[in-house]
Design a protein around this ligand. Structure first.
Ligand SMILES: Cc1ncc(COP(=O)(O)O)c(C=O)c1O
Ligand SMILES: N[C@@H](CCCC[NH3+])C(=O)O
Length: 428
């Protein structure tokens, strides 16, 4: 469910017309619906309730402090992948017992930071990391709780740049070598191998990979226990897909249907690391049309949201629905099928002002004619949108607004020109 809908040809977020938000806070602007966020978190909590999972919101998808606080207040823990993310998780009220620390390149300092805050699990991705973590833990008089991350070597599931469980990616321990690595640390005084972790890729639109990965995991857990490792946790990661193009994603229950029997058979505590599923459809990006032009036979809409605000189309050729916030009387709300003939539309490229040919939000998209000053909504932008934004071209990062019911509040102010220079001016 999401709470962005057209009423009388005007786009609302919950009970607020988004035009009001653009007028008050300016553009480009990220707008989030609190009801959608909490609905998706609770959909996961409910679907997996019988296993009493530790749900760790993957903070990399959207690290806004106010969103993290909402997550913590509603029972979520955090999946973090850097010292900075751990800092944010703790600042939002997260506690170590519900934090998992992932990442292929944790530094000694980051390991110390995690150990000092008693994180639930370190998801360990290589033999060197395992030994380094053991040494750091010993130097602190601690034992590090470890979930070994396995790369279960499954067929491709998603975009080549975001598939994390095919052979040859940098993530996890190869399924062929993980048991040897585990054997090498039996009895290590600084390590306790208490879990198995996998994160298959993102976004995934089928539950089959979770079944296949989980079944491989079951065999590994049995072998690890034979080696003497007290495996208590099965962390199935994140990756649950969302609706980008149309109603194409599975409900959380479909993932629970395949994961719950595996966790039961493994006799483990389930850990999950969903990100996109919770926040992806809870956010839109608003851009205002600056100019339109024709060039080389193509029609361009140049608006003020660019690749530095939302890099997913540039990076992965990702599809985000885009539609005017005030479509004309005879235009529908965003169409189900942009490839089909839509009356009064023609193929246009939606681009930003950045000096790169790759700066686009949509290519050859059926869209109606727009004018200077019109507002466009880019849908499903709540995950990996603001989080992957940058100051490229010295553009100011967008503001973020959270809507709940008929109320709205700024949760990140727009950057200023002074913000751009500040870290440099700190260096005299
Ligand atoms: C280890 C790990 N866990 C969780 C996630 C979150 O994935 P998603 O946002 O698709 O749920 C990611 C990102 O893909 C990840 O790398
Ligand atoms: N950042 C990606 C997915 C990678 C997830 C991180 N492991 C996206 O925008 O879809």
């Amino acid at each position: 469910m999401d709470h962005f809908r057209y009423v009388n040809r005007e786009l609302f977020c919950e009970e607020v017309p988004v035009r009001e938000l653009a007028e008050k806070y300016g553009t480009p602007l990220y707008v989030y619906s609190q009801a959608t966020l909490l609905h998706h978190l609770s959909e996961i909590q409910t679907a997996f309730a019988s296993a009493k999972p530790v749900v760790c919101f993957s903070i990399k998808t959207n690290f806004n402090h106010h969103i993290s606080k909402l997550m913590a207040q509603h029972g979520s823990g955090f999946d973090v992948t850097s010292g900075g993310e751990l800092y944010r998780a703790l600042a939002a009220g997260g506690t170590g017992d519900k934090i998992v620390f992932a990442g292929v390149g944790k530094t000694d300092e980051e390991m110390k930071y995690g150990l000092g805050n008693n994180v639930l699990l370190f998801n360990v991705e290589s033999e060197q990391e395992l030994h380094a973590l053991g040494a750091v833990a010993q130097s602190m008089g601690k034992v590090a709780p470890v979930a070994l991350r396995v790369n279960p070597d499954l067929p491709p599931k998603t975009h080549v740049k975001t598939d994390t469980s095919v052979k040859g990616v940098k993530f996890g321990l190869d399924i062929e070598t993980i048991l040897d690595v585990a054997q090498g640390v039996v009895g290590h005084p600084g390590l306790s191998i208490v879990g198995l972790h996998m994160h298959l890729g993102s976004p995934i639109l089928s539950n089959e990979p979770y079944k296949a990965g989980g079944e491989k995991g079951l065999k590994l857990i049995a072998e690890l226990r034979k080696q003497g490792h007290p495996i208590k946790f099965l962390n199935m990661g994140g990756g649950f897909g969302i609706h980008y193009r149309k109603q194409e994603a599975l409900p959380a229950k479909a993932f629970a249907d395949v994961i719950l029997p595996i966790v039961k058979e493994a006799n483990c505590q389930l850990v999950l690391e969903p990100g996109r599923f919770i926040v992806g459809n809870a956010g839109i990006l608003l851009g205002r049309v600056i100019f339109t032009k024709e060039s080389g036979g193509k029609h361009y809409i140049i608006q003020d949201a660019a690749m530095n605000d939302l890099i997913r189309p540039t990076l992965y050729d990702s599809f985000h629905r885009i539609w005017p916030t005030h479509p004309a009387a005879d235009l529908p709300a965003p169409p189900e099928d942009y490839e089909a003939e839509i009356p009064q539309t023609f193929k246009q490229n939606v681009v930003g002002p950045v000096c790169e040919s790759g700066d686009f939000l949509a290519k050859d998209r059926n869209l109606p004619k727009v004018q200077r000053g019109d507002l466009l909504a880019v849908f499903s932008a709540g995950a990996y949108g603001m989080a992957m934004s940058s100051n490229y071209n010295s553009r100011l990062r967008a503001a973020e607004v959270l809507v709940t019911g008929g109320k709205h509040r700024l949760i990140r102010r727009r950057e200023t020109y002074q913000d751009l220079l500040a870290p440099e001016l700190d260096c005299k």
